[in-house]
Design a protein around this ligand. Structure first.
Ligand code: NAP
Length: 311
């Protein structure tokens, strides 16, 4: 096998949950670029169907499967539908996730329960159903990639989100230990702040602050995860399991001083940063201002940032 074919995904069959937009869509496109056929799994049927069409336009097989990852029956039916279409399942990216912001001293239990249900329980239910399929098929093997967050390592969002993501990282290690005997690698990827619909309400000042304290000097985009997801989905990572691959431009290194000394421009400009997020919002039919901001999409996030940074 040549070094390049180590990353080859031609003939591989994949699914991506939360794949309609944002990070999930970015992972799906990256897997398809590397040769995989990719099923798009989401609760957003309209946008998910469009993303599946986009994957087909790349010359790959695709389908949309509507599924709420918090519902075990729907998750089992989703894996069955993917395998009916593709005959097998080699790669699964468990990405569906939400954040419900709010001060923890007042957070309603229903908000806590929902975040844990989607981010932690949903990821487990998907991984379990995917592993059952991978164990059944011949040869028995597979790649499961859970999308965690830098919030698993730093106190960044709020308790429900940060705890759910720490749970994903540790659950990934345990599943890696248990399923290694089936030749299933279980890893996770932890992004930093990515310009997706989840972050479409972050004001200009916040984006600038992120650039200033991130060594690589720009705000992360879904495509910045392409290399990580192809690596963890491919033969290149066959001896990597239980790993949390942090892709954060150095943001969590707590480097507040050194990045300010930057004299040459970063690889990516602010315009390039928001290009894919604007494409996501266009696909969802959602408006945004000249800076690519839609404060109405997540008003609670916009409010928190407005209080801290102004408009
Ligand atoms: P996003 O833009 O909000 O997209 C998430 C997608 O998942 C949406 O299509 C959403 O549908 C869908 N979804 C929500 N709940 C679901 C459920 N119960 N079952 C199936 N699909 C569901 O999010 P993103 O920013 O791309 O984030 C994707 C993942 O990366 C999440 O796990 C998130 O925690 C993680 N992450 C994000 C960032 C970031 O800065 N954006 C950073 C680190 C980690 P609706 O739109 O209809 O709700």
């Amino acid at each position: 096998m040549s070094n390049l074919s180590l990353f080859d995904l031609i003939g591989k069959k994949a699914l991506v949950t939360g794949g309609a937009v944002g990070i999930g869509r970015g992972c799906a496109v990256a897997l398809a670029q590397a040769g995989a056929d990719v099923a798009i799994v989401d609760i957003d049927e309209k946008t998910g169907t469009k993303t599946a069409e986009e994957i087909k336009s790349m010359g790959r097989q695709s389908l949309f499967v509507k599924c709420d990852v918090t519902d075990k029956q729907q998750v089992q039916a989703m894996v069955t539908a993917v395998v009916e279409a593709f005959d097998q399942l080699d790669i699964a990216v468990n990405n569906a996730g939400i954040a419900i912001l709010g001060a923890d001293e007042e957070l309603p239990q229903a908000d806590w329960d929902k975040v844990i249900a989607v981010n932690l329980t949903g990821t487990f239910l998907c991984a379990q159903a995917e592993a059952q399929q991978m164990i059944r098929q011949t040869p028995t093997e597979g790649k499961i990639i859970n999308i965690a967050s830098m919030s698993a390592r730093i106190a960044n969002c709020n308790a429900s989100y940060d705890a759910s993501k720490s749970g994903v990282v540790h659950m990934t290690k345990t599943l890696a230990v248990e399923w290694g005997r089936f030749n299933i690698n279980v890893n996770c990827i932890s992004p930093s702040y990515i310009l997706t619909p989840m972050h479409a309400s972050t004001p200009v000042a916040v984006r600038q602050r992120i650039r200033e304290i991130t060594p690589m000097g720009y705000v992360e985009r879904p495509e910045d995860l392409s290399g990580a997801v192809i690596f963890l989905a491919s033969a290149a990572s066959n001896y990597v399991t239980g790993h949390d691959l942090l892709v954060d431009g150095g943001h969590t290194l707590n480097a507040w001083l050194a990045p300010l000394g930057r004299e040459i421009p970063p690889r990516i400009s602010p315009d390039q940063e928001s290009k894919q997020m604007k494409a996501d919002l266009d696909k969802m039919g959602l408006p945004y201002d000249a800076n690519g901001i839609n404060p109405d999409l997540h008003p609670e996030i916009a409010d928190v940032f407005r209080q801290a940074f102004g408009d």
